[in-house]
Design a protein around this ligand. Sequence first.
Ligand code: AHR
Length: 658
Amino acid sequence: MKRASLIITLLLASSVGLQAQVQKTFTIDATQPIAKVSPHMWGVFFEDINLGADGGIYAELIKNRSFEFTEPLMGWKKLGQAIPEGVLLVLNRAAENPNNPRFLRVNTQHITQEVGLQNEGFRGMGIKENLRYDFSVRYRQVKPGIKLHIELVDSTGRRIGKGEWQPEGGDSDWQKGKVSFTATATLAKAKCNIWFEGQGVIDLDMISLFPADTWKGRSGGLRADMVQMLADMKPGFIRFPGGCIVEGRDLANRFQWKHTVGPVEERKSIMNRWNTEFKHRPAPDYFQSFGLGFFEYFQLAEDIGAEPLPILNCGMACQFNSAELVPLTELDPYVQDALDLIEFANGDIRSKWGKLRADMGHPEPFHLKMIGVGNENWGPQYIERLEVFKKALNEKYPQIKIVASSGTGPDGDRFEFLDKELRRLRVDFIDEHYYRSPEWFLSNARRYDGYDRQGSKVFAGEYAGHPPQVADGPMENNWRAALAEAAFLTGLERNADVVQMASYAPLFAHVDGWQWAPDLIWVDNLHVYGTPSYQVQKLYSINKGTTVISMSEAGKPLAGKDGIYASATIDEKSSELIMKIVNHNDTSLRGQFKIKVKGGIAKDATHIILTAPSLDAVNTMEHADRVSPKTKIEKLQGKDLIANLEPYSFHVFKIKLK
Ligand code: AHR
């Protein structure tokens, strides 16, 4: 060998030597159960933010279908040349129908030119080729003679679907008309034209267009692709309807469940509080139609096998906004709403609210087991109101668990005060929220190790890693944040006797209509993808196990030392050992897992690996699977497993026990 090549060979050898793989030995003791994992441990948090409901999971394609937006024709455009005054009018019948007062009167008696209306949808309408679309409208013929032509068009006016509807009957009562047609092309941002042919007068309201491919094919239902993303997580619970939306900017704008049930045309729309919340992300056309109301939330929970967890207003508007308070002397209607909700969910069908549930198509109870009183409320004024709710709820429904707010953050005076008070009141669950940097999540993996094991349990109700110095929006959902969340969640699992429910927040965001990021799942009008954080949440949820066992290194829990975070459970139902481990290092690691079990153990382990090309990596509509789990099989050596843990990676190992 020449001298030069010898030197190169030696240099290479020494650099390989310098990077020699770190080796670690972990002990997993399945002979000593530590705590039970709640069957509802990992859930989802739903809020109508970022076009989560209207324009999102609620599959309605027409925006402002009942003309109740502050500007009654927002989302609508008049079609036709020089339409004379009085042809298209918005009327208000507040006395006859206070919940849905406005409607459109079309009067073509004295004109001969073409006239119509165009609806722009929610940032356009997602239309699929060969799919059926169901148009419907509530109407009253004042003077018969008008026929409707409905068409879906692209931005050039090219038609990609059309229907024709001839109203019937006289002017006495409002009735429903409908027509279905099939789209001839796929388009993400179509619009819907409605042309009025002939001479007459007709009143129109609840102008609606739904795709046929809704979740479970329900008419007027939910977007199947979005619900499927939730179902795939097998969530233990679904918290709804928020979030700050529960509180409202002021009390008039708070979420009132009774306005969201019964026939859709009788539900009372309000402005969505996220409409004006962020000056840099204005959404003036964001309202709540409540087509997705409390009945549908309960139904969704049932469909995806999740416990329903409604959160109700406690007589306080958002303390970041108006901070309005209901005097204690006037709190009764709020408390009554909570009691009535339990009757709506669980009550006998002969009771007032149980009957409404039955009339809506669900005579069986929804088996509601818990209820949240207030979202992100704080201060002594919250405690005073909570006590009134708690007394009434405990008296009438002692079996219903109460979830209470610990404010907006996981530390500081506000949190300390509330945590102490809530424990004094022995509430069942304390709802903790943390939107923090990835570093916070890493350094808080031991947060719950020292918590009181006897008193109130923790509901980690809203959390997300917010990486700094990243452009606002989908790019914030990077692997750096998701990996830190994965590390932190080992601490929740290790403390499953204390933390009994956990949900990332917010859940959905529309790429063209979001206010808040990061989010778990991003959608456009036709597609949906899970972020790296979604993959992490899902891996935890579908691999949760039933009993926590110890996983340690030299007798110490794996909670950040040398960048390693881990937890382990046993699933008694499937007889499996499940280990989760994060390698938060820029080098790979050779892990030796020494497993102590009473009985036998399989020869193979399923090894699920979640990693990414870089810490800044994100999933996108085009690359939805860039950060997604890969699975391989590892051979065990007796009761030992040896596996490679790549730099910055999250792993789930599953081994059958005999
Ligand atoms: O998840 C977004 C918002 O964050 C929720 O509405 C609120 O509870 C929290 O401040």
